[in-house]
Design a protein around this ligand. Sequence first.
Ligand SMILES: [Zn+2]
Length: 288
Amino acid sequence: MSSQMRTLPPWRSDRRRIPAFPPSERRLVRYRLAPLAAAAVLSLPLMWVSAPAQAQVKPCVGHGTDAAVQSPIEIDRSKSCPGHGPAIAIHYPNSVDGTLLFQDKAPLGEISEHDDVRFVIGTGGTQPYITYGGERYNLNNVHFHGHAEHKFAGQATAPLEAHFVHTKATGTGYVVFGVMIDAKTFLGQTQHDRLIKSPPALGASKPITGIHLNDMLPADRATYRYTGSLTTPDEVGNYFQPVNWVVFDKHSKAHRLNVLGYRALWGAEGNFRELQENHPAANIYSYH
Ligand SMILES: [Zn+2]
């Protein structure tokens, strides 16, 4: 480490920890820090305030745990803490090709709660990925649960939830985006509709091209994050931990008829895991 780096003030050394998305997040971080107090402490022009803010945020103490809990969970916005975790940057190409798969998990040959319809990213084109704390996680698939698995306290459970599963490029690790999908009536179709409206038969797949992943995320990229688990088990019944969950605050949408059609594949049982009670509960961090 050079002497120049050693003499960097603490807010400079922490800069890489500042979340890279969304731009509105930085604005809010700046606001949250209370500009006058920050300027007094740091003796800096306000243009610097967004950088040290994360280092100044109070830790999320007294509520729950940062260790991995079982997912999904109810997210109580009023009990969330200001986020100060790893920066996320989304690198999704405008158009992605892949395979639409009706994944059949045990018991095989019949539609069961752990099955889902998923867009499996193709290997031929530009790989969509994110960086999380500077490390690369490739988008492996986008799949759907009906009804939603996560739930916001005080709100009805959304009819669908999309999971964007990112796996660490080197080593083992998950970052999963959760996006609630509302059932609406409108002309045309969303990218979610394209994936759910006419799935292949159970266990079968078919090619699908030109999926616009960026349009599947809410335009407002405020999120809640916690450390949890996968919501489907492995072959021996374990729900893998830890999973870095990033649940979007705002909802996306799909056409009501397509949502009903997807839900009808499972009937009343659905393909969701029940909300998990964790003791202690997970600390939930907000990024706005
Ligand atoms: Zn899932």
